[in-house]
Design a protein around this ligand. Structure first.
Ligand code: NDP
Ligand code: MG
Length: 371
């Protein structure tokens, strides 16, 4: 029998977690579930405990964060899929690498908040960070194929979200129901709102800069409503290379879990038996200020990306709760970013401290202002 990879799935009850478990179920010779985590969905976790009785498991909302980190450290596994939503994913990523496991990383916040620190931790422990975010998975594979030195820029594709064609006034007053209607991808609610404001693409620009060691000028964004091209690289001779498949997160999850070698799988390949079209257009930067704010955060570096992410998480929470209009999301993030975030964090504690500080400032602005 071939060796199976032992996989810990964090955020097993979420969108990424479910797709990861699907992939594991469909490839029983290749993967086994070694560990599982959820935060509050006890019923769904109980069902998974019955299905995977040998796996360790934690309900972090009840058992506490230390129990989650201990489970990651103490469970024998080869790779950890981090499908936790938001900044809470950072320490689990650290625990995975510190305990000698590869990190299949959907939690983009890990890299946005602590890119340089997490990369040097991976270097020190000799473990791999395998991006699961579809754009970064595409770029990662293309860079592996062509070599980092050959790349002059990368072009991240964006679906454009539900407001791609809306005018600015209409976007400003969009409701949560409007923003939760994503045209191509089915995902958790936080990332779906971020896709509508283009904050998700903003986070991905920062993620790419920090993950691939590129300057912000070398990371471009193009709107591509069909979400078939997952990203491009441009090589020094000016030529573009793309990764193309149906928009299905099981593709990037499979390539992270099967890394370093692509394998046959049961996913439906994109076929040319029927005609289809692909469209590309530049993003409307004026209508979606979260994109420019992300470039600013990426250029300034230090704690600015932490601030961008934290202020946006509070903004989305308040938008969903009805205390902030959609147009208030970039306004709030810009206000918090006007503070001083110019210290380079020297450890993960500094990052978490800045995250708490940015959240506090953001909440205060939401309370004090008439939105
Ligand atoms: P979901 O909201 O669908 O799932 C989040 C998961 O994390 C759930 O299992 C949830 O548990 C758990 N969780 C929530 N809060 C905490 C916490 N404080 N501590 C520990 N666990 C927690 O999110 P997605 O799957 O959509 O996204 C997960 C991550 O992957 C995000 O960083 C997102 O940006 C990234 N990503 C997602 C994509 C997608 O297609 N969904 C695509 C690319 C990246 P419970 O269910 O018990 O609340
Ligand atoms: Mg993505």
């Amino acid at each position: 029998m071939k060796d199976t990879k032992r996989v810990i799935v964090l955020g097993a009850t979420g969108s990424i977690g479910k797709s990861s478990l699907d992939v594991i179920r469909s490839n029983p010779d290749a993967f086994t579930v070694a560990g599982l985590s959820a935060h509050s969905d006890m019923r769904a976790l109980s069902a998974l405990r019955e299905e995977f009785p040998a796996a360790s498991s934690v309900l972090s909302g009840t058992d506490g964060e230390p129990a989650l980190l201990a489970m990651i450290r103490d469970t024998g596994a080869d790779v950890v899929v981090n499908g936790i939503a938001g900044a809470s994913g950072l320490l689990p990523s650290v625990a995975a690498l510190e305990s000698g496991k590869d990190l299949a990383l959907a939690n983009k916040e890990t890299v946005v908040m602590a890119g340089p620190l997490i990369r040097s931790l991976a270097d020190r422990t000799g473990r791999a960070i395998l991006p699961v975010d579809s754009e970064h998975s595409a770029v990662f594979s293309l860079i592996e194929a062509y070599g980092h030195d050959a790349v002059s820029e990368i072009i991240l594709t964006a679906s454009g979200g539900p407001f791609r064609t809306w005018d600015e006034d209409r976007i400003r007053s969009a409701t949560p129901a409007d923003a939760l209607r994503h045209p191509t991808w089915s995902m958790g609610s936080k990332i779906t709102i971020d896709s509508a404001s283009l904050a998700n693409k903003g986070l991905e620009v920062i993620e790419a800069v920090r993950l691939f060691g590129l300057s912000p000028d070398a990371v471009k964004v193009v709107v591509h409503p069909e979400s078939l091209v997952h990203s491009f690289i441009r090589t020094r001779d000016g030529v573009l290379y793309a990764q193309v498949s149906h928009p299905d997160m099981r593709h990037p999850i499979l390539s992270a879990l099967f890394w370093p070698k692509p394998q046959d799988n049961d996913l439906r390949p994109l076929s040319f038996d029927e005609a289809f079209s692909m469209h590309f257009e530049p993003p409307r930067r004026q209508a979606f200020p979260m994109l420019a704010l992300a470039y600013r955060a990426a250029s300034l570096g230090c704690l600015y990306p932490v601030c961008y992410n934290a202020a946006n998480e509070i903004a989305v929470e308040c938008f969903l709760a009805g205390s902030l209009p959609f147009g208030g999301i970039p306004e709030l993030v810009a206000l918090v970013m006007d503070g001083d975030w110019s210290t380079e964090p020297s450890n993960f504690g500094d990052v978490l401290e800045a995250d708490r500080r940015a959240r506090g400032i953001a909440r205060q602005y939401v309370k004090e202002r008439a939105w």
